[in-house]
Design a protein around this ligand. Sequence first.
Ligand SMILES: Cc1cc2nc3c(=O)[nH]c(=O)nc-3n(C[C@H](O)[C@H](O)[C@H](O)COP(=O)(O)OP(=O)(O)OC[C@H]3O[C@@H](n4cnc5c(N)ncnc54)[C@H](O)[C@@H]3O)c2cc1C
Length: 436
Amino acid sequence: MPRILILGANFAGIAAARAIPASASLDVTVVDRSASFEWIPNIHELISRRRTTASLRVDRRRMVRKAGHRFVRAEVRELDPARGIAVTDTGRELRFDACIVATGGVHDDFGVRGAARHAMPFKSVADCDAIGKRLAELARQATRRVAAATSQGTPSKARTSSRSAGQPRTSFTVAIVGGGIEGIECLGEVLRSYGDHQALCVHVIEAAGQLLAGAPRVVDRAVRAHCAPYPVNFHMNTRVTAVTHTGVGLAGKGRPRALLAADIVIWNGGARPSSVLARAGLAGGPRQWAPVTTTLQSRRFPNVFVAGDAAALPRPISKQAYFALQMGAHAGRSAARFVEGLRPRAFHPAPKPMLIAFGELDTFLVGRKSVLAGTALALVKEGLLHATLAQLDPPTDTDAALALGRRAVAALRAAALPELLSIERLLRLPGIRVLR
Ligand SMILES: Cc1cc2nc3c(=O)[nH]c(=O)nc-3n(C[C@H](O)[C@H](O)[C@H](O)COP(=O)(O)OP(=O)(O)OC[C@H]3O[C@@H](n4cnc5c(N)ncnc54)[C@H](O)[C@@H]3O)c2cc1C
């Protein structure tokens, strides 16, 4: 019986599993190191405790079983495409005729000194949950310090951009490294929860000259305008050179090297590929994504399909969950054709507008030609979450049906999905502005 192995079971991997029909003549195994599927696009909301960890996790074994396949929870250490074998951390060998590699990316601190020890990554449900807890603790401590300073008659140094020796330590300083989508969504949630905190001070450090590089400049301007009433400092064209337990070292063109005090450093700096890619010979080096052909087949091994963030397409596309879903489904269908001796078809990505949440201050919808903004767009993001989860985890029993019922109600309330496809309809939502 032909065997297909799916390595990685988040967006691309689960979409691949669902695209391969359960069949008595095909053996499909899905392997992932962790037990829960994670809905990454909303993890920033864990920072403000607006969302719970449980609401962003789904049991993987159940999802894979519903697709009619076998789930193995294990870390794949070695992948040998030529021999068609994957070896797990427990030494188990998983054999395949075709493999779909959907390993995504891992947190990358670019080897900045001290970052691994002192900066908090922003890549998973657990990461953002930890950040949310730490922020809450820091806010409580700062509140107590401000109260103590006030009762002693010491003027509060709240909302200063940095602390200096001898200054009462009242400030609650958050450094956000990276001003891309993740950094801006993180900033939005910090302001949602602590924007009114007397002692809050935020620094956003970005290596590029623009926030949300890649999006039209108008979004950068809108974010800054929203931040004007808050103690937010943007450090553009600036690199973080080191992280310590008291702050970050900064360097940049035209600015002196500086040390910035911070109580917490949140790292949104980037992602690199899983080491499996290079070890399997799918990528040329440890920092390279796996090059694929238009059919999503590895350039070196035609029996390996690469989908989602792990893949480097001939015409690059952004590393987004909706592309991972499309690629995963395509790779699933193609792998099934491949093991039947049929030719895989070319993948044509269908671009969708990008939704960027900015706490309760705004949400941006960035399309190819237009940019819309308005808090009502948050409902579209909410609708996408519920509708996509309902597709990936459809009901098969009463509990799941109840869960789907709740999601469907939420999605209906959001009245979101059809609107997403039509700018004209979106414009009818209350308070929507056309930024471009
Ligand atoms: C903070 C943040 C916010 C984001 N917001 C958005 C957004 O708003 N909209 C959007 O479209 N995209 C967003 N993205 C991007 C989106 O999350 C990714 O594009 C998407 O997760 C990629 O899906 P994937 O399936 O390729 O990889 P992943 O989701 O990274 O999944 C990879 C899976 O492979 C498993 N795995 C890896 N290596 C091994 C191994 N050796 N053995 C076993 N298992 C392994 C992992 O455990 C994981 O489950 C965001 C990303 C981040 C970090």
